[in-house]
Design a protein around this ligand. Structure first.
Ligand code: MN
Length: 287
């Protein structure tokens, strides 16, 4: 039998507060002043939770993307998505939109007209995942995944659960297919519950705390983190371990991926391998 070695914690980053799109607040742990990316993750935005009054909610009007994927995961509110090719979709709480921008789309991501009119709480995530050079110019595609298609696993206490958005957890596979190996799970732990997961030693793994408090890493040198912090695991093992504190629930995203390890040139909504490809993107989208 294989003995798994638990990874220690490399560092803990506190998300910066920034204003995005047409003017909505996000907390952004990556990129930050220390790290341009955690390969293949280019960006993690925690949107809200923001309580918008009637007519107030703001989204991101028309903008392009090329060379990577954007994943939107909504916890509260309602979003509407439209792109230049006529694709259209709505996201409700628990739904995921996995958009492979590939060669490019121009899209808008806005509160639905009904949500805008009534107002309410908007809460969710947008994650940018890089594509390897060979796949940067593939045709754009969508995996719009309603909440009821996302597998949920209950842990031993029968109350704590894990939603498997991408990759595999406890033998359960996501319905979303990824271009490179990605783990994307949403865990909701009752107080004092431990979560362990086997990971590849090559992969970058991190946990972003949506709410509550937790302890991470090796038994004798656990690191504490709380809401709005990103915990980055070291590469010194093939298993991750984390636990909600005895007095607090813990809700977090666990993200993992195999590094692409290629040169990256990033400018706003474009992420390519060379400057020339960035110039080309500007040219193609300014027509
Ligand atoms: Mn976008």
């Amino acid at each position: 039998m294989n003995i798994l070695k638990t990874r220690s914690i490399e560092h803990i980053v506190t998300a910066e507060k920034v204003i995005e799109g047409g003017g909505f607040p996000v907390r952004r742990p990556i990129p930050n002043t220390e790290m341009e990316q955690i390969d293949p993750f280019l960006l993690l935005d925690h949107l809200g939770p923001t309580n918008w009054g009637p007519g107030e909610a703001i989204g991101a009007p028309d903008h392009p993307h090329r060379g990577f994927e954007t994943v939107t995961y909504l916890l509260a509110g309602e979003n509407e998505h439209k792109d230049s090719k006529g694709n259209h979709g709505r996201l409700r709480p628990g739904d995921v939109q996995w958009m492979t921008a590939g060669s490019g789309v121009v899209h808008s991501e806005l509160p639905s007209p009904e949500f805008l009119e009534k107002g309410g709480i908007m809460h969710g995530f947008q994650v940018w995942i890089n594509l390897p050079s060979k796949r940067k110019m593939i045709p754009p595609s969508y995996q719009d995944t309603p909440s009821d298609r996302i597998p949920e696993i209950f842990l031993e206490d029968k109350k704590s659960k894990v939603r498997v958005i991408a990759g595999e957890f406890n033998g359960v596979n996501s319905v979303i297919k990824t271009n490179t190996p990605i783990l994307f799970v949403h865990a909701l732990l009752e107080p004092g519950v431990e979560l362990k997961h086997h990971v590849s030693t090559d992969d970058n793994i991190m946990g972003y705390l949506i709410s509550g408090k937790g302890e991470f890493g090796l038994k004798d040198e656990k690191k504490s983190a709380s809401e709005g912090q990103l915990v980055v695991f070291s590469h010194d093992g093939d298993s991750i371990s984390l636990r909600s504190t005895d007095d607090s629930n813990l809700e977090l995203l666990i993200l993992g991926g195999t590094p692409i390890n290629e040169p990256m040139v990033r400018y706003g909504p474009f992420v390519m391998n060379t400057k020339e490809e960035i110039f080309q993107a500007f040219h193609d989208f300014s027509k």
